[in-house]
Design a protein around this ligand. Structure first.
Ligand code: DX5
Ligand code: ZN
Length: 220
């Protein structure tokens, strides 16, 4: 089954003093989603933003908001992020004890579910919730910061996930996040990934719109 390929610029490295224009620039370049990297300084050693920024981004774009919660106890804030305008809520498998309940809650609140797995987390940890998952986010760096180096053995994990999806007659998207750019996005697309989170390779460039277009053209 062929799925639409999705480019999801991460605003993690955007210029927050001009966020509306930064979002517009990736929209003009053909971005499909806006990826919002939420960090609490506990689950990861960095602190970014909360529902108030998601609400602000919601006001300036109609693109789906793909909210990646790199936070402890995400159950406490999921409702706030969905009410702020999140379309996708991705929690970390490593952090959620009652994952079945959390994913069920996200669906009941009207959003799509994502589960993120860190580089050291096997995909087998997802086996009991695979039919509650709309997307698996394969972290291709250790979470917490933009601009890190892509972890090469992520390709093996992607292949295993594709097999798991087939074996379970599941239909979740496979998203990759971290260290993605011109040098590896085409290869990741050909490997079967559906959604691509890109931060620095877009927002670290002088021409944000052109960088978005160039990456988008490599995943069609
Ligand atoms: C890591 C973040 C980053 C960000 C993208 O916690 O999730 O991966 O989205 O970062 P770049 O594309 O700059 O590596
Ligand atoms: Zn992310």
């Amino acid at each position: 089954m062929s799925r639409k390929k999705i480019l999801a610029p991460s605003i993690l490295t955007a210029d927050f003093s001009n966020l509306s224009q930064q979002v517009r620039s990736v929209e003009l370049g053909g971005a499909d989603w806006i990826h919002c990297d939420v960090m609490d300084g506990k689950f990861v050693p960095n602190l970014t933003f909360g529902p108030v920024v998601v609400k602000a981004v919601r006001k300036v774009t109609k693109l789906p908001l793909d909210v990646h919660l790199m936070i402890k106890d995400p159950d406490l804030l999921i409702k706030d992020f969905i009410h702020a305008g999140a379309d996708w809520i991705t929690v970390h498998q490593e952090e959620v004890v009652h994952l079945n309940r959390t994913l069920t809650m996200i669906h009941e609140l009207g959003a799509k579910t994502g589960v993120a797995i860190n580089p050291s987390t096997p995909i087998s940890t997802l086996s009991e919730v695979i039919h509650l998952v709309d997307m698996v986010l394969v972290m291709t760096v250790n979470p917490g910061f933009g601009g890190q180096k892509f972890i090469e053995n992520s390709f093996r994990k992607i292949h295993e996930l594709i097999e798991m999806r087939k074996l379970n007659s599941a239909d979740f998207l496979i998203e990759v996040d971290g260290g993605i750019g011109l040098d590896n996005i085409r290869k990741l697309s050909e490997a079967g990934c559906d959604a691509f989170v890109v931060g620095n390779a877009i927002y670290g460039k002088d021409n944000i719109t052109a960088a978005t277009m160039e990456l988008k053209n490599l995943i069609v």
